[in-house]
Design a protein around this ligand. Sequence first.
Ligand code: JQB
Length: 269
Amino acid sequence: MRIDVVSIFPEYLAPLRLSLLGRAQEDGLLTLAVHDLRDFTFDRHRTVDDTPYGGGAGMVMKPEPWALALEHVLERQAGAHGAADNPRRPVLVVPSPAGTVFTQAMAYELAEEPTLAFACGRYEGIDERVLDWAGERFEVRPVSLGDYVLNGGEVAVMAMVEAVGRLLPGVVGNPESLVEESHSAGLLEYPVYTKPSSWRGLDIPEVLLSGNHGKIASWRLEQQLRRTVARRPELLEGAEAAPFGKGERAVLRELGYEVVDGRLRRVAS
Ligand code: JQB
């Protein structure tokens, strides 16, 4: 996959060269290019912002540098592996607090694309006409990292590129961890422990030393259910009940859930 990022702070994206994704780039599994928006300005001050029409606080990003930068990205992406036989327009992700919330399902979708482009705004955002203009050249997706306010798109892009990049074939050393992850999708993770088995007076759960893999698997699933009920109950409401066996359904009942028409429903308490 080829990923292009446009930002006025290209150094902000430098950590994407480290660790797992750094290795993926060395191995040729991922090509990451970061472009400085100011390289597409031609005035003495390399201006990328201006005052908002209609008034209001803050500044808005000017459209022309964005069009030039995104045209440059399109040219570079045309030669990427798999880009020529892509029947669809390349995806352009525009991080925004007003976007659709980024999810693991979205990460899986994006990981299928031969190319991705990311447009990092700053200030009060990008002139909306850039998104209209880009809509004829890209499949534009305004995406939010979550329901809180950041100062710009860079941190969101770091999170999204990491989430997508680790799904690319060969990037995660042990692909079984991805399989286990997708298997328990929709539930929070179970707690994990390592040596020593007794640490500062705290012992690991005995079942993990039993060597009984069936018992360990059902204990872990029960932990996932308990955690999800306690921390993210909205993930369970309306969830498909099919993956849960007799034991799990008993735990769910104890935690206040019943199965109606094959779906979980919170019992009024
Ligand atoms: C400028 C951004 C986010 C991109 C994601 C998330 O746009 C704004 N509107 C109001 C206040 C501040 C900004 C600053 N800003 C570009 C830009 C914020 C993304 C952003 C985001 N993705 N929160 N904020 N989850």
